[in-house]
Design a protein around this ligand. Structure first.
Ligand SMILES: [Zn+2]
Length: 381
């Protein structure tokens, strides 16, 4: 099989029920399409025995610069299949719209890139190299996917010069946003220690729930910062609160809260914790703060490659995208440590939801943007 248009690529990929971390034949399919174009194919399985995850690395050419397209073939489950207009892995097209789990996040973008690649290579091989890094471990733990692939590449002494991630970055309209960075994320548990006792004799007890309220007040009453050049102000959200005296007439002796901070490039995780501890200290209440997980923010300065992508979007779609650093995390958090990375794909319209869909016209338009970017990256634009 060799589909020569973006619709055929997208439908064939959506038909693979690659619920994370399964690839369900999708990576083999892509390898079969890339081989005739001259790509060297590496099927890579990472992870402990019995739990290996499939990854694909494909490369054309040896010379720098190396442009890499990165993404994932795995999808979130579609267990509410009965509520879908069309079965989630049937890849049905109705009135110009492709329905299916992964249509927008992000098999559609992979299809668009493959079709662009095919058209681009008809004009001959580029002065430089092309690579594809595709994983089946993005929607899950993301441990044996892009991170492991990059480690493998570095061990081989291979370097990428620029990475384009095809995640659905657009907000309302195709081309309205390009992601050049992501906020950091920090989840922490705050504990207030008190002394339990009878509610009628509060002076003989120390109410931990009251202490926790005072502690949390210091965290939410004042902004963390005012934002930075490319980032919105950092935000803190309390996600769990727990204090229970065990009876209505008993003062709780312990209370805890869990909160998450999405933070910009004014902070590192460590400096943020120091700032939070300093503010908590103002309450005068004893506390412990435990960091449960954290990731650092990153930013790709909008250099010449990003400018080329912006111009491709403008020329093809008529208006310039916003350079965004909002939204959740993606594998760009691993790629940015290796090379500059930018994310541009479809509209994040009902991704992960019932009736995930993409208009075929948007798939074709995205493919044309990718094609223009390929031409311009390798120097003919
Ligand atoms: Zn995705």
């Amino acid at each position: 099989m060799s589909p020569s248009d973006v619709e055929a690529y997208a439908r064939a990929l959506v038909r693979c029920p690659s619920v994370t971390p399964a690839s369900a034949g999708s990576l083999e399919l892509i390898a079969r399409w890339l081989r005739p174009l001259g790509f060297a194919i590496h099927h890579l399985r990472f992870g402990p025995a019995g739990e290996e995850v499939e990854n694909l690395y494909a490369r054309l050419g040896d010379a720098p610069p190396v442009l890499a397209f990165c993404g994932h073939v795995d999808v979130v489950p579609a267990e509410d299949a009965a509520r879908w207009r069309h079965p989630p892995f049937a890849a049905a097209v109705e009135e110009g719209i492709l329905y299916g789990r992964g249509a927008a996040d992000m098999k559609g973008a992979i299809a668009a890139f493959l079709a662009a690649l095919e058209a681009f290579l008809q004009g001959g091989r580029p002065r430089g190299s092309l690579a594809l890094l595709l994983t089946a471990d993005e929607e899950g733990a993301a441990v044996h996917g892009t991170r492991a692939l990059l480690h493998w590449l570095e061990q081989r002494g291979e370097r990428l010069d620029f990475a384009l991630v095809g995640e659905p970055t657009c907000e309302r309209r195709l081309g309205d946003a390009v992601k050049i960075g992501r906020r950091g994320s920090l989840t922490a548990r705050l504990r207030a220690q008190g002394q339990s006792g009878h509610v009628a004799y509060p002076d003989q007890a120390c109410n931990a729930a009251h202490a926790l309220v005072r502690l949390l007040g210091t965290l939410i009453e004042e902004p963390l910062d005012a934002g930075s050049e490319h980032f919105a102000p950092s935000t803190l959200q309390i996600v769990r609160l727990a204090a229970d005296g065990g009876a209505v007439n008993r003062v709780p002796g312990a209370a805890e809260a869990v909160f998450n901070v999405r933070f910009n490039d004014r902070h590192r995780a460590g400096s943020l914790v120091a700032l939070l501890e300093q503010r908590l200290g103002r309450s005068g209440c004893p506390f412990t703060l435990e960091v449960l997980s954290s990731s650092e923010p990153f930013l790709t300065r909008p250099g010449p490659e990003v400018q080329r992508l912006i111009r491709a979007i403008e020329d093809e779609l008529g208006s310039a995208p916003v350079l965004s650093t909002g939204g959740g995390t993606s594998d760009a958090r691993f790629l940015h440590r290796h090379c500059p990375v930018v994310e541009f794909g479809l509209v994040a319209r009902n991704i992960h939801g019932v009736d995930e869909q993409v208009p075929l016209s948007e798939l074709e338009a995205l493919s044309r943007v990718y094609l223009r970017f390929l031409g311009s990256f390798f120097g003919d634009g």
